[in-house]
Write a protein that binds this ligand. Structure first.
Ligand code: SF4
Length: 309
């Protein structure tokens, strides 16, 4: 990406989505939940009220410019700094993509607003949708996700079930496993029952690969994740950790890298692997961005961790 955009970031290389252009419609950490495992830190604006959080005409203008200048991506993904379905008009991005490109669209949502028929009507426009479900009852939901007022477990499950009923595209459920919190097999069994009631096409088992908001949150060991995935049946798999993507090296400008790290804090090694670039080169660029005041760095578990708050 040549130009710096305010609402677009990447394209980010992704094992599952190829080169994915991110579209961010929500101010930093404006979300319906404050998940203990969130890589972006604590939710500063905990809300469940929808609104026009950023001007949609500016987002669409940036998409037009991106298409003119580059336009190369395998997917256009609504994701980023908060919950995208909080934006009243998030479906306009999918409409734009259908009208202007053949690129497939993806919605990454925590699913909390899918109980709202208006949200479902917009979400069905995406080619692929991924929702979250990592709890088995109200208590575990509150412990893991610390929801905003008006958000609860029952509404989440009913919303995801209703969405499945209406949606013919590819629906994935992400189950985020925190060691010692929802990793016990009796709890996993209960989560699997709820997930089954949503009938997703695929189930992705994830854990804290990136440093989370709450430092007491621990990643679940790979072996246990594999055993957990088996409990969800043949459509479930463990999300690959950061690893070399098998893509050709992907050049990324300093500005685009800063925009990406703002939404996906990471270590130098993770970013170098993600873009298939030498670590020393990535480190030099990250340090320049820290010197310019665009990123911050701190040590976590002995490794330099880059973020933007
Ligand atoms: S993980 Fe997603 S849903 Fe949870 S607080 Fe962070 S942005 Fe919100």
């Amino acid at each position: 990406m040549n130009k710096t955009f305010e609402y677009l970031f990447g394209p980010v290389p992704s094992r599952r989505l190829g080169r994915s252009l991110g579209v961010d419609l929500i101010p930093f950490k404006t979300c319906t939940m404050d998940c203990s495992y969130c890589q972006l830190g604590e939710t500063s604006c905990s809300v469940s009220t929808r609104g026009n959080y950023v001007p949609m005409q500016d987002v669409l203008r940036e998409l037009d410019q991106w298409l003119e200048q580059d336009g190369q991506a395998d997917h256009i993904t609504l994701a980023g700094s908060g919950e995208p379905t909080l934006h009243n008009h998030f479906g306009d991005v999918f409409r734009w993509a259908k009208e202007h490109t053949d690129i497939q669209t993806v919605l990454l949502t925590n699913g909390t607003l899918l109980h709202n028929a208006k949200v479902r009507d917009e979400a069905v426009l995406a080619d692929k949708v991924k929702v979250t479900l990592s709890a088995w009852d109200e208590e575990s939901f509150r412990q893991i996700h610390r929801p905003a007022e008006g958000v609860n477990f029952d509404l989440l499950v009913k919303g995801e079930q209703a969405f499945r009923h209406a949606y013919l595209g590819e629906l994935s459920v992400e189950v985020f496993i925190i060691d010692g919190v929802n990793s016990q097999f009796d709890h996993v069994k209960k989560i699997a029952e709820v997930v089954k009631s949503i009938s997703p096409d695929r189930i992705e088992i994830n854990t804290a690969i990136r440093p989370p908001a709450d430092s007491s949150v621990k990643a679940c060991p790979e072996e246990r994740l594999q055993a957990i995935a088996e409990m969800f049946g043949p459509n479930a798999s463990v999300m690959p950790a950061f690893q070399k993507q098998g893509f050709q090296s992907l050049e990324i400008s300093e500005e685009a890298l800063a925009g990406l790290v703002r939404r996906h804090p990471a270590t130098c090694r993770q970013l170098a692997d993600e873009f298939n670039l030498p670590q020393d080169r990535m480190f030099k660029t990250l340090k320049q961005l820290v010197s310019a005041g665009l990123l911050s760095e701190e040590k976590r578990e002995g490794e330099g961790y880059f973020y933007c708050r």
